[in-house]
Design a protein around this ligand. Sequence first.
Ligand code: G3H
Length: 300
Amino acid sequence: MEKNEPTQSKYDAALAKYNTQLDDAEIAAQAARIIAEKVPANNTPEVKKFLFSCIDLTTLNSTDSDESVMKFTQKVNKFDEEFPDLKNVAAICVYPNFAEVVKDTLEVEDVKIACVSAGFPSSQTFVEVKVAETAMALMEGADEIDIVISVGKFLAGDYESMCEEIQELKATCKEHHMKVILETGALKTASNIKKASILSMYSGADFIKTSTGKQQPAATPEAALVMCQAIKEYHELTGIKVGFKPAGGINCVNDALIYYTIVKEVLGEEWLNNELFRLGTSRLANLLLSEIKGEEMKFF
Ligand SMILES: O=C[C@H](O)COP(=O)(O)O
């Protein structure tokens, strides 16, 4: 290596172990093939019941209040009684200031409390604020934390700052699962989505998640395919299983079936459980429930 040649950062070295030069048209064609050939066979009552149990039931609105979040949580409490034949949702996902309300209201076991944090949805704040918000959410009762990468730092090529923030936030989360949102709609290309996926996992993500739901486009089959391929390659290289969470704009049952199918085809049955697969959504629960029950349901 030339003396004046800059040393390769450890992040560039990490990326060099993976194929990060992807063709967007090829990814789109691969996703289209999976959707056309594999989704119909998964359109079954059993899959829909499983998908329901993978939902991170989300309310992330500026109009959310202690009262509205308490009522939202009480519906989850009533679900087991109303639908004893179905597994409840996997988690309730709220802003961090509502962690305590959910903790104090939630009565059912096995439903986790997920909080967005670290300056969600823009991630544009001081790292000290991100750490404090995360620590406070956990102190107030959060079981899981969903953060957003510093998209601006990533797009500027400042992988070191982006990754060090993720590492610091994972250190704050300790054993609690941390989902890292890539905001794939802002990353634009499949190559960028692959790089952000690898860097996030390298920095400690327990899950990688497509989107905040606050920017369009949110989750897409193409982004899901690239992220699942990254998870697969990362597992092959490290033995570490990272979860996948499509989120944002999952507005019909078929959308959910598409993401289920992509996970099944790329990652296999090992990922088809709610420890490694979640759906971040504020609208899907009633739609899934209606199809499972064969009538219109407006339970949540
Ligand atoms: O994961 C959380 C997302 O904000 C949900 O987005 P959505 O409201 O489009 O379902």
